[in-house]
Design a protein around this ligand. Structure first.
Ligand code: HEC
Ligand code: HEC
Ligand code: HEC
Length: 458
């Protein structure tokens, strides 16, 4: 009798919640309201499994089914943690800064799961009636993604294509010619290094896809770093810089290598500035543009301005995106279909095909099995100091990927097809036929673009 009453009560509660959760809403017109409505939906239907700060529900402590719930929450958080989005309802942070504060990569994933209807997982929907997203909720979530993603893309002149996850590299971005010219000289200047032997170009060479084609870069005195050098090409599209995201933008990034003991190894900025002060010609040119003269801020600003020119448009892939269907072979087109179907595009999104989220290298399978962990494997945790961020890396850019071997943060893969195999196993969690790996690899070959109007070649 007691059991029947319990079941009846559970059904009654669930039915009441169902009615409440099925409420249809209209899409608000105000940006702030769209965001607040979206956050309300996430809170009601998603965050139980996607917010690492939330305590587990009481039934997760039950023996038996509790362990399944714990597994769902653990996996849910690893795939998509919205701990910092939980308070997005906070209107104070909405506005121009919205795109910077909302992790773009996670929004792309949100839109994808809204479209394919996979979330919340079916077992959750059976236990929590009415948590399936209804049509109006899907509209609101999509409107939120569209407004933030669209605003960010607009900053690059790509705003009219907010419905797509991947985008062509813009033809050109506005830049200050005088500053960029100084930045170009500095980029090739070895005086940033302690013994005047190493420049930015030593490790980010223009004839090597903006990298050094080494597993680990070699700095002053032959010292080696612990992570593979990413490309400088299109780096300005990264939400943050470095594998662990420790630099907020390019100017902050440029301040790193000169004093890094295994890179340029200068003692301090005074040592570098003193060298430039002795160069009368450079000093005159520099102070014309930067009256305050040489210092970390101005030197880095000039280099960052030059990096606005290091974008690589007009890849065959871009021509295809622009509507030229003949720009890709049949095999490459099949590769692009697989790139979407396997969700490569939700991590490798945007104009540079990456750089918009941090993901676990061992998301679906233990990437680190069989080898000792190194300092370089700390990933985002090295910067965030949150142990849960260990082994999470900024998703690398796939532009010009055919030119930038070896691959991955540890430089462990020399072959592109084998790298795709690693992705299928560790990020996608599915096996792929050899022909599919070949098609994906062929597609990656079409991502090679032009620098300063000249095709990049191996
Ligand atoms: C019962 C727990 C649970 C709930 C509730 C839940 N999820 Fe998930 N979510 C998961 C799990 C587990 C995964 C990892 C599954 C996988 O992709 O293998 C996941 C993965 C995801 C991903 C990442 C997909 C990817 O491509 O990596 C997104 C995005 C997502 N969920 C969105 C949502 C949204 C939106 C809601 C609410 C409408 C929601 N989830 C509700 C458990 C949950
Ligand atoms: C000795 C080799 C070396 C030198 C010299 C060097 N870099 Fe790097 N660069 C690297 C390595 C290695 C990384 C990755 C480090 C990390 O993520 O912790 C990197 C990262 C970067 C990134 C971040 C890219 C991304 O996707 O996160 C940019 C941009 C960059 N370097 C530009 C520069 C500039 C500008 C200079 C000159 C001021 C410079 N580098 C000098 C090796 C070097
Ligand atoms: C869940 C996010 C995610 C998905 C899905 C994903 N990747 Fe990646 N990708 C990453 C991360 C993170 C890395 C860096 C891992 C590392 O360095 O250890 C990476 C690295 C790569 C690299 C090497 C880049 C370099 O410069 O070293 C290639 C190539 C690549 N991915 C292609 C793909 C392809 C093709 C697919 C689909 C089959 C895919 N990725 C799916 C997150 C993802």
């Amino acid at each position: 009798m007691g059991a029947v009453a319990c079941v009846a009560a559970a059904i009654a509660v669930n039915a009441a919640l169902w009615a409440m959760r099925q409420r249809s809403r209209s899409v608000p017109t105000e940006r702030v309201a769209v965001r607040a409505a979206a956050c309300e939906i996430l809170e009601a239907k998603c965050l139980a499994c996607h917010d690492s700060r939330k305590p587990l529900p009481f039934y997760a402590m039950l023996p038996g089914p509790g362990s399944l719930v714990r597994k769902d929450v653990r996996e849910g958080i690893r795939h998509w943690d919205l701990y910092d989005v939980g308070h997005l309802g906070d209107a104070a942070t909405v506005g121009q800064k919205e795109a910077e504060e909302v992790p773009l990569g996670r929004l792309i994933k949100l839109r994808r799961t809204v479209a394919d209807g996979t979330m919340p997982p079916i077992q959750y929907r059976l236990a929590h009636w009415g948590t399936t997203l209804n049509a109006s909720e899907r509209q609101i979530l999509n409107a939120w993604v569209g407004q933030v993603w669209g605003a960010w893309l607009s900053g690059w002149g790509l705003g009219d294509a907010a419905a797509a996850d991947v985008h062509p590299v813009p033809q050109a971005l506005p830049y200050d010619a005088a500053k960029a010219a100084l930045g170009e000289r500095l980029y090739h200047d070895t005086r940033f290094s302690a013994d005047n032997t190493v420049s930015c170009a030593s490790c980010h060479a223009f004839d090597k896809g903006g990298t050094d084609n080494l597993p680990f870069s070699v700095g002053v005195g032959g010292l080696k770093g612990g992570v593979n050098a990413p490309t400088v090409f299109n780096a300005l599209f990264n939400m943050r810089q470095f594998w662990d995201g420790r630099a907020e933008h390019l100017a902050a990034q440029a301040g790193g290598p000169p004093l890094n003991p295994v890179e340029m190894a200068s003692k301090d900025w005074a040592e570098i500035v003193a060298k430039f002060e002795q160069d009368a010609a450079l000093k005159t040119a520099f102070t014309t543009v930067y009256p305050q003269g040489f210092c970390e801020a101005t030197l880095c600003d000039a280099i960052a301005e030059f990096e606005r020119r290091l974008i690589t448009p007009n890849a065959r892939f871009d021509k295809f995106l622009a509507g030229d269907s003949a720009a890709l072979s049949e095999q490459e087109k099949r590769g692009y279909a697989l790139f979407g179907a396997h969700r490569c595009a939700t991590c490798h999104a945007g104009p540079a095909l990456g750089g918009l989220s941090f993901e676990y290298a061992d998301l679906k399978a233990d990437y680190f099995a069989g080898r000792a962990l190194t300092e370089g494997d700390a990933g985002l945790a090295a910067f965030s100091k949150n142990p849960a961020d260990a082994k999470r890396f900024k998703v690398p850019l796939l532009r010009n990927i055919a030119l930038t071997a070896p691959y991955l943060h540890d430089g462990s893969q020399t072959n592109l097809k084998e790298t795709v195999r690693v992705m299928m196993k560790h990020q996608v969690g599915a096996s792929a036929a050899e022909a599919d790996l070949d098609a994906l690899t062929a597609l990656l070959g079409s991502f090679t673009g032009e620098l300063f109007g000249q095709p990049l070649v191996p």
